[in-house]
Design a protein around this ligand. Sequence first.
Ligand SMILES: [Zn+2]
Length: 466
Amino acid sequence: MQLRKVYLPKHLTSALPLPHLCALLIAVFLLASAFLMPETSNDETSVSVKMNEDPHDFAQEIRLDAEFSDIFHDENLLTFEHEIALDVVETVEEEPGIVRYSIEAGDTLSSIFDKFEIGQTIMYQILAADEQVLALDIIRPGHHLTFRKDLETSDLLEMELFIHAGNRVIYRRVDETMFEFEELINPGVWEQEIIAGEIYGSFYVSAIRAGLTKSEILEVNKLMGEQIDFNRQIQAGDRFQIVRSSQRVNDEHTGQSTIEGIRLQQNRSTYTAFLFEDGNYYDAKGESLTRAFRRIPHDQNFRISSPFNPTRLHPVTRRVAPHNGTDFAMPIGTPVVSIGDGVVTRVENHPFAGKYIEIQHGSTYKTRYLHLNRQLVKRGDTVKRGQRIALSGNTGRSTGPHLHFELHVNGRPVNPMTANLPMALSVPREQLAKFNQRVEQLVSVMEVASQEQIAMRSQNANQPGS
Ligand SMILES: [Zn+2]
């Protein structure tokens, strides 16, 4: 056992009320202990910050809380004038200069930077790097920030945003004027599960009861909407079986899921939807259920002023500074339209991306429209393909009026001009065998659930008094 000292700057100790201080000290200790954990193996070879891959170890937190309560009731500890030197007994080397913070409700990046006395200049340098990912606009409880500071100058060297176990973004200092980002995506494993239920009342209520999320229900509604009217044609006793896959990384659920197959069974008819490897949904015959996308988010023939380029080199630093979108030169005030049906997930104003909109089109596709002059939709709005969502502009860090348009497929930016977009066709003939195999697999999972539902039903019917 060896003694190690954890130093906290004076302003933190004097400015924070006791419970906050306690929380901070626990956070510092947790962070220190996180660095003692053996590094878990995963595919990310470029990670330079090692952290506990299981940040939700509540049992550990509670235990620490109890251990620390005695220390915190020692008054001497809380009357330090300059720096708190808290003696912590540790068993292995720790890494000083690192602070981890769990985002709380009401936090903004700015308030967090104030809390840790990191200047606004640094924040803007990080936001400049974030323009390519736009990950810091949506920090929310459950996310963590880890700051690594230079031990001598206490300059910020690195900040990591932990979104979930499968997705982290590291902002790393390049020089005094700039940060670069690295997004770490760990695909983990996707586990298939079946969600089955009988409809009583509305489909919505029954689906929530069975375990679907609101956005999943929206997607089911949209996919089945072409075949059946969920408001009028649903009857009590209709049964559904939905195959869903959920992501796990290092034994932790990331909260990411995809609907792979849907079956609705009525007395006389059965309706189905199956996700194929091209990211589109088809019925059992292989006819597309996803409405066609358009490729261009405007109605005129504007020239591309800067194409999608994942390996673009920064003219000054010669570092890779990807251009994740396609730029169209267009006058301020030009109507911008959604390239597909979807739900508006973000209406934000970013110091570098400017006013922008993000639209989720099912679980596979997402689009972003940047540097807008005016946003015409609200978060949560449902939009149709071709619907006006904004007027183009020149907001944020922009060298002239243009629209920066991004298309993401399964969380990765792709070239919107060449990507495979749902075009409302049927499965290509040469893919049919593969598609049929996939349908067979999904239906067999659904069939097991369906048989259970039937067995359960007759069991209930045979029970006296039911
Ligand atoms: Zn651009």
